[in-house]
Design a protein around this ligand. Structure first.
Ligand code: PMP
Length: 430
């Protein structure tokens, strides 16, 4: 047989969250629990199509005036403008002054990618910083130059930014494992040492995977430093409304930066807050200091998108765009996000209460202090391995659990098993 020219290609490591999900699906144990996957589950452990989404889908299917023609390259305008307004708020100075614009993208990841390509190719940025840990991090490395092998092990922000043309990915300190809290001093020191023009990736709310956000006062100090050091803020907003149940509250940090007149971008995802994971609905909000740059920037992004996927899909964009432009439907949707956020918050309280009642060694207040879909439990790798192997409870190696995987039917079992592994495992991080 002829030798393939790809004979030297090494297999990339599996994506942890998908591999874990497969292991869960293949497990035949009746009480198995999936705390890995990043999606909402009802109290019955089922995925949830939001009622307002179902209603919109029926309406769209019945509407014979709609067709399957291409959307414009920058997407469905009613979605992009409503998403931008939802993020920045109706009092936004940049919106009022015509300095902000929105571009429909392929969910949050696609918005990150388009934003990163724009900043690399047109903005000539080369260095990006994201938190350690960040979304999809497998191992903690502090600096990665653009070598493909390392891209695969560090998580999604490096994967996206290095693939988009950035030459260097660095991380700033974020999580203090001993205190199970934000390492604010470490974060500030790392940003202070970042070279001017570095792009600083900030999770807008409900930091993934830690569930820990800076306080408002800390955000102010971060903004001061970014301004002083000439850094460029890039927000990643994957959980607006889903985190606290309140759209305005979850957008506080982004709106604060807007009120200070920063030039910035923000990638928005509608995967979680609309439950539209596989429809890939997202938006890239671009805020400039001067409205005159909006048109040239949009025209450059048009070429970047044209070269990537030409134009985005219609279905999910029309659902979100229609809901956000209709006050009655928006109210209905706000009720749904409240339902999801409240269920998560009640599971946080339930888990903490149970662990404290059993006097499980360690402190557990971080479970209710953290917000959003995830909790960074502080469980070490040995405890995680035991939970998976002995108790059929699936969670990520770093100790992140999806709170939505808990429900009234399995929370006692999960708490009991966590208690069991914590009391029987010797681990430095516990
Ligand atoms: N950023 C973060 C921090 C996330 O947690 C997610 C969702 N897991 C995303 C971006 C985007 O995901 P998607 O592409 O599915 O919208």
């Amino acid at each position: 047989m002829a030798t393939s020219k790809f004979a030297n290609v090494e297999s990339a490591p599996p994506i942890e969250v998908f591999a874990l999900n497969k292991a869960y699906v293949d497990d035949t144990f009746p009480q198995k629990v999936n705390l890995g996957v990043g999606a909402y589950r009802t109290d019955e452990g089922k995925p949830w199509v939001l009622p307002v989404v179902r209603q919109m889908e029926q309406q769209l299917a019945a509407d014979e005036t709609l067709n399957k023609e291409y959307l414009p390259v920058l997407g469905f305008e009613p979605l992009a403008s409503a998403a931008t307004r939802m993020l920045l708020g109706s009092d936004s100075p940049s919106l009022k002054e015509g300095r902000a614009t929105g571009i429909q993208c392929l969910s949050g990841t696609g918005a990150l990618r388009v934003g990163a390509e724009f900043l690399a190719h047109i903005g000539k940025h080369t260095v990006v910083y994201s938190s350690n840990p960040t979304w999809g991090t497998l191992y903690s490395l502090n600096v990665i130059e653009s070598t493909l092998k390392l891209i695969y092990v560090i998580g999604n922000h490096s994967l996206v930014f290095l693939s988009a043309g950035f030459s260097t990915y660095k991380s700033y300190r974020y999580w203090d494992a001993a205190k199970k809290a934000l390492d604010f001093d470490g974060l500030m020191e790392d940003l202070r040492n970042a070279p001017a023009n570095s792009v600083i990736l900030l999770h807008a709310c409900a930091h993934n995977p830690t569930g820990v956000d800076p306080t408002q006062d800390q955000w102010k100090q971060i903004a001061d430093l970014i301004e002083e050091r000439g850094l460029f803020p890039f927000f990643d907003s994957a959980y607006q409304g889903f985190a606290s149940g309140d759209l305005d509250r979850d957008a506080w940090a982004v709106r604060y930066f807007d009120s200070r007149g920063f030039e910035m971008v923000c990638a928005q995802s509608f995967a979680k807050n609309f439950g539209l994971y596989n429809e890939r609905v997202g938006n890239l909000t671009f805020v400039a200091k001067d409205r005159a740059v909006i048109e040239p920037v949009r025209s450059q992004i048009t070429l970047l998108v044209r070269a990537n996927y030409s134009n985005p899909p219609n279905h999910g964009a029309r659902i979100v765009g229609t809901v956000l432009n209709n006050p009655a439907l928006t109210e209905q949707w706000k009720g749904h996000i409240k339902t999801m956020a409240d269920r998560i918050i009640s599971m946080r309280h339930g888990l903490r209460e149970r662990l404290e009642k059993m006097e499980t060694p360690g402190t557990w207040n971080h479970i209710t202090d953290q917000i959003g879909m995830f909790s960074f439990t502080g469980l070490g790798p040995l405890a995680v391995d035991k939970l998976i192997a002995e108790h059929h409870i699936y969670l990520l190696k770093g100790g992140r659990i999806n709170m939505c995987g808990l429900n009234t039917g399995n929370i006692d079992y999960v708490a009991k098993c966590i208690h069991e592994v914590v009391t029987t495992t010797q681990e430095a991080s516990l």
